[in-house]
Design a protein. Structure first.
Length: 172
């Protein structure tokens, strides 16, 4: 699986709309890049957004349910995370969204929307919140734990990896 694009809106300290195009030559040419910034700037939130779009959960908050949403930026009435991924030369859009009544910060939380569609045709492959994560998991061949272990290694778990016993390392 290749990550092509990420869009997010109102997640944690990342208020407003944000867009990262991983297909930009700047990323491709370097092959490896770092996300830097002060603590609380929103580095981990970028990874949270990818997890939300794919699995509707984050390592920090677990499954985001219809009734609690601590990731929506305080004082806002909606939040979203969307990724474009590529598998075997085919592109898919994975979209996660939740809003409050009237999109007002004090409105009641409304049900989460989570869907996957084909980029080329716009055809929706799954749009039931209860089924979309499983659909995406099958498609990319990794469950949430495997995915977070592989992409989050650069984050806090890296120290744990270095300190772990050899036998344990295969688990990362
Ligand atoms: N619902 C929220 N609304 C606004 N800010 C939030 C919310 N939840 C968490 N935050 C803030 O978002 C930031 C999270 O940043 P994080 O992505 O962990 O940053 P980094 O990884 O760069 O240290 C923290 O400063 C936290 O206080
Ligand atoms: Mg962090």
């Amino acid at each position: 699986m290749r990550l092509i694009e990420l869009r997010l809106k109102n997640l944690n300290s990342l208020k407003g709309e944000w867009h990262i195009d991983f297909s930009d030559p700047a990323f491709l040419n370097e092959g490896i890049f770092a996300i830097t910034g002060q603590t609380g700037a929103g580095k981990t939130t970028i990874l949270d957004a990818i997890c939300l779009a794919l699995y509707s959960q984050t390592p920090r908050l677990g499954d985001i349910t219809g009734s609690t949403n601590e990731i929506m930026t305080q004082g806002t009435g909606e939040c979203s995370a969307e990724v474009i991924i590529e598998i075997d030369s085919k592109r898919y859009q994975c979209y996660w969204y939740q809003h409050r009544a009237h999109k007002k910060a004090k409105g009641n939380l409304l049900p989460i929307k989570h869907e996957i569609s084909e980029v080329q045709t716009g055809k929706i492959l799954e749009e039931k919140k209860s089924k979309t994560s499983a659909y995406i998991q099958n498609l990319i061949g990794m469950d949430f734990n495997q995915f977070t272990r592989s992409i989050m290694l650069a984050q806090g778990s890296f120290a744990a990896f270095l300190k772990s016993d050899i036998g344990d390392r295969a688990r990362f």
